[in-house]
Design a protein around this ligand. Structure first.
Ligand code: AP5
Length: 235
């Protein structure tokens, strides 16, 4: 049987494939996908008070203040996914302060993390992925103009929503996001290394290759079992 209640954070630079992988973990392993970037983009599109607070940070590729991100995620972890205790947090935490904030929230709820997966690829791969990304305007699914094409051009395979380009995928903003990430990553990785939760995942290759690699890692950790994988595949 699968270890269904696994709780992980998925770390990595912009373009590492966090969102694409987390989507697969949600669909195939049942781990609820929560993405801070998606939450913020949704709130900005709806013009909510939260959206207005975070808009300028997201548009410029800067980090939203730690306290606000932790507050938003504490609320989401409680509000959504009733009955599904396993989750994968994508794009959160991004600083050591956020990681400490998350720990405090999870400790209060008695839900400790099982692992922190750091996925990455060389910078030129990251830039190529971000520059060619397409996103479903309805469900947020990720595509790429060359490497992850939709079956019908411009249309989401999953919900038939229109595919668009993210505003923060402009070359200058991509550079800013990569620079901001490089400034934060060392203390963040040290934080999880000290807790013996850090696992590294090679993000090079097709998304299905990276997914297979991650599943091998999860099997070694005892988080998923082969029979479960086979059952999922045949669904
Ligand atoms: P967020 O949405 O989290 O953006 P990000 O971290 O910059 O990450 P990306 O979504 O760009 O990359 P990804 O690793 O998910 O890659 P993806 O799977 O999409 O955050 C946006 C903004 O919100 C931030 O800049 C900040 O302002 C704010 N924010 C969010 N969280 C915050 C926090 N915790 N604190 C403060 N501020 C926060 O893949 C990219 C492309 O590559 C896609 O086109 C995909 O199809 C393709 N691809 C992926 N994997 C592969 C593969 N293996 N092979 C080929 N193509 C691939």
């Amino acid at each position: 049987m699968a270890a269904a209640n696994i709780r992980i954070v998925l770390l990595g630079p912009p373009g590492a494939g966090k969102g694409s992988l987390a989507q697969l973990f949600d669909q195939r392993l049942g781990w609820r996908h929560l993405s801070t970037g998606e939450i913020f983009r949704h709130e900005i599109a709806k013009g909510t008070a939260l959206g207005r607070r975070v808009q300028r940070y997201v548009a410029n590729g800067r980090l939203v203040p730690d306290a606000l991100v932790v507050e938003v995620m504490a609320h989401r972890l409680t509000a959504s996914g009733k009955g599904r205790r396993g989750f994968v947090l994508d794009g959160f935490p991004r600083t050591a302060a956020q990681a400490a904030g998350l720990d405090a929230v999870l400790t209060r709820r008695g839900l400790p993390l099982d692992g922190a997966i750091y996925v990455t690829s060389p910078r030129e791969v990251l830039v190529r992925r971000l520059a060619g990304r397409l996103v479903c305007s309805r469900c947020g699914a990720n595509y790429h103009v060359r490497t992850m094409r939709p079956k019908r051009p411009g249309v989401c395979d999953q919900c038939r929503g229109a595919l668009t380009t993210r505003k923060d995928d402009q070359p200058a903003t991509i550079r800013t996001r990569l620079r901001v990430d490089a400034q934060q990553v060392k203390p963040l990785l040290s934080y999880y290394q000290q807790q013996r939760l850090l696992r590294r995942l090679n993000g090079i290759g097709h998304i299905e290759t990276v997914y297979r690699r991650s599943r091998q890692l999860f099997r070694r950790l005892g988080w998923v079992k082969s029979a479960h994988d086979r059952a999922q595949k045949s669904r």
